[in-house]
Design a protein around this ligand. Sequence first.
Ligand code: ADP
Length: 328
Amino acid sequence: LPENYDHLHWTKLVHAEDLQRVEESQAEVLNNPLEFYWEQEYRFRKLNGNYAIVYDRGYIIRDKAGNAVRMIGATQDITKMKENEIHLGKLNKNLQLQSEKLAESNSQLEQFAYVASHDLQEPLRMVTSFLKLLEKKYGETLDASGKKYIHFAVDGANRMRQIILDLLNYSRVGRTNGEKQMLNLNKLVNEINILFRKEIEEKKANILIEELPLIYGYETPMRQVFQNLISNGLKYSRKNIPTRIEIKAVDLNEHWQFSVADNGIGISKEYFDKVFILFQRLHSKEEFSGTGIGLAVTKKIIENMGGKIWITSEEEKGTTFHFSIQKQ
Ligand code: ADP
């Protein structure tokens, strides 16, 4: 280095904790004839005595023998940027903590739903079987009102049983999936249609299935999704017109986008999100049977597969359920 190079003056301003690293890194570059560039971040004392974080870089000029003779560079105050970076890092960490907490409370909730629904089954069985006994043994001596009360009680117990089973099913989504495998969705949907043969005949339903893809995934949840949507399409149909359900898939590179469209009673816009909430129903059990869990299960399964589900619909025209599934 030239003799008048005020090395000492410059280094005096570098923070004591950074000085060794800065000097060593500079010496290493300067002493290597093949190196022409140096950069470091360090704390540098300002006139007011505070330290700024600086980003320093320099181009090295060498003589013919390769000795470093000068360095031309620039020092940039990056304190603000660094502070932002640290702030962002903290925010990120907080966010991560929050999402860990959320996952924890979610899993506790699922555990609760599982245990509650599992443990409720046994006392419910007791209620149902004693009601049956009561009816069998004292049925003859009961008057019409007495019989009606027992009938209501049995009906309530049956519905409660269905709700418990559905809740158990909901809490199981994502727990017991089996093995991932190649799924032929055409085959899977056709099998579901065989299952619904009776309803399809009753409603004179026409189910159109376009070429569906092969996907790599879990069979049971995938079957449940199509089964729930097809069964709703059949259930929420309009009277006096033949039901029509159309199932399609579009390839959108990163994911498949499916649609299950019906020509049924439709859903009003304000309920597009609500129908996916657990136990949310838009009709009384007298109008349409059900427990309001099917779509909550469907949504949970699809979100577990990294997808989304949404609705487009017009009342008295029909409803289309759209959902995406990430390719893997
Ligand atoms: P359930 O059918 O047992 O009530 P779901 O979770 O499957 O429960 O559906 C929630 C509600 O969304 C239903 O009660 C119904 O009002 C509405 N819904 C679902 N599918 C359709 C459809 N295809 N057409 C019109 N309404 C629908």
